[in-house]
Design a protein around this ligand. Structure first.
Ligand SMILES: Cc1ncc(COP(=O)(O)O)c(C=O)c1O
Length: 399
């Protein structure tokens, strides 16, 4: 008998976040809380269906259009609406190649594969720490992945370390930056710091890649586009991955886009042809429904306004939870400063829980946080915040 084809296939470790969710689901404690997730939840702990999306979907359904193929590079109305929203007038859109992608991850993958064609010998630099898929995705595309300092030993942004490392990166390397709402730390650059980084990146001839998965969750759609528009305003080159998963709560529909700012309309056409080839051999063409809904929300002034309001509601609820958590922890642990929780942006907080404390939180109190101390603030609500802050305060003193 021949050995099975799969006899030597290695079992890979589980995704740490999914593993945590599985453990949470298996936990029978009635008071259990899952702060490990990466999705926005409303006050009732539910992932919302935004009213703007529901209305767009109803309008689409009433048209009963056939389910034909979407063009390889996506729905034209969607691509142009995304480019317009992300860049506004910071770039000449005739020089921007935008392609619909399967969420933000799909956009990063398209960008990574294009960069393999253009800059095969470059290294990719990501923040330390970063969203764990960044390293995996760029490594799988064949790049050596290095890190630049980001999270300091004091729990604040290590800007000096970031600048020092960037200033020594060889020309031609690729620098991946989080456009806003850094995942996992929640620490963002100030406008002035962004200007300094953009200057170094351009002076050294590095290729900036801005991952934009949480636009609208820090200060609003316009304000959060600052970093992208800053890098775009000097003419590029620039890669921008974009995701509507969180901002339109369209996680499962896989709605994202990659935009590449080139130096001319002719370059744009050539770059787009390469991106289309990558899409064609990977998944042929993207799904239609989510992108059509997003395009309608962006094009219809009433739906667009409604989206702004609903996104504002999500953003403000997260900010309220940050404030409450910081207040409740300060009450329980007087003398300690929890203002960092309020200063962080987006769905996540690097809570400054150690791995041992995160484990104790899980095992003793059924509150699930990542071992890195990352918690999803959007999973907090008025019903669980007292319990969570009580348990966090306990492990912070006992462990
Ligand atoms: C920093 C960052 N980039 C990209 C993504 C991917 O987004 P999507 O779910 O749209 O693929 C995420 C999702 O969690 C993220 O946190």
């Amino acid at each position: 008998m021949q050995d099975s084809l799969f006899a030597n296939v290695q079992e890979l470790p589980r995704d740490p976040i999914l593993g945590l969710t599985e453990a949470f689901v298996a936990d029978k404690a009635p008071h259990r809380v899952n702060l490990g997730v990466g999705v926005y939840q409303d006050e009732n702990g539910k992932v919302p269906l935004l009213a703007c999306v529901k209305q767009a979907e109803e309008a689409l359904l009433s048209k009963t259009a056939p389910h034909t193929y979407v063009p390889i590079d996506g729905l034209p109305a969607y691509d142009s609406a995304v480019a317009q929203m992300v860049f506004s007038d910071s770039a000449d859109l005739a020089k921007v190649a935008t392609i619909q992608a399967l969420g933000g991850t799909g956009a990063l993958k398209l960008g990574a594969e294009l960069l393999r064609v253009i800059s095969p010998n470059a290294k990719v630099w990501i923040s330390d720490p970063s969203w764990e898929n960044h390293r995996a995705l760029f490594s799988a595309a064949g790049f050596a992945v290095e890190t630049y300092p980001y999270y300091g030993a004091d729990g604040e942004l290590d800007f000096a370390g970031l600048v020092k490392t960037l200033a020594a990166i060889p020309a031609g390397d690729i620098v991946l930056l989080h456009a806003c709402c850094h995942n996992p730390t929640g620490l963002d650059l100030s406008h002035d710091q962004w200007r300094q980084i953009a200057k170094i990146v351009r002076e050294r001839g590095l290729t900036p890649f801005l991952d934009t998965a949480y636009m609208g969750f820090a200060e609003g759609l316009e304000a959060d586009a600052f970093s992208v528009r800053l890098f775009a305003s000097d003419g590029g080159p620039l890669f921008v991955s974009f995701s509507f998963s969180k901002s339109l709560s369209l996680y499962g529909e896989r709605v994202g886009a990659l935009s590449v700012l080139t130096a001319s309309a002719a370059e744009r056409a050539r770059v787009l042809s390469q991106l289309k080839r990558i899409a064609r051999i990977t998944y042929s063409s993207p799904p239609g429904h989510g992108a059509a809904s997003a395009a309608l929300v962006l094009a219809d002034p009433a739906l667009r306004k409604q989206w702004d309001d609903e996104l504002g509601g999500m953003r403000e609820r997260i900010k309220k939870m940050r404030k409450l958590l910081a207040e409740k922890l300060s009450e329980r642990l007087p003398g300690r400063d929890f203002s960092y929780i309020v200063r962080q942006n987006g769905m996540f907080s690097y809570s400054r829980l150690t791995a041992a404390q995160a484990i104790a939180l899980r095992e003793k109190y059924a509150v699930y946080a990542l071992d890195s101390g990352r918690i999803c603030v959007a999973a907090l609500n008025e019903k669980n915040i007292d319990y969570v802050s009580e348990c966090v305060a306990k492990v912070m003193t006992e462990v």
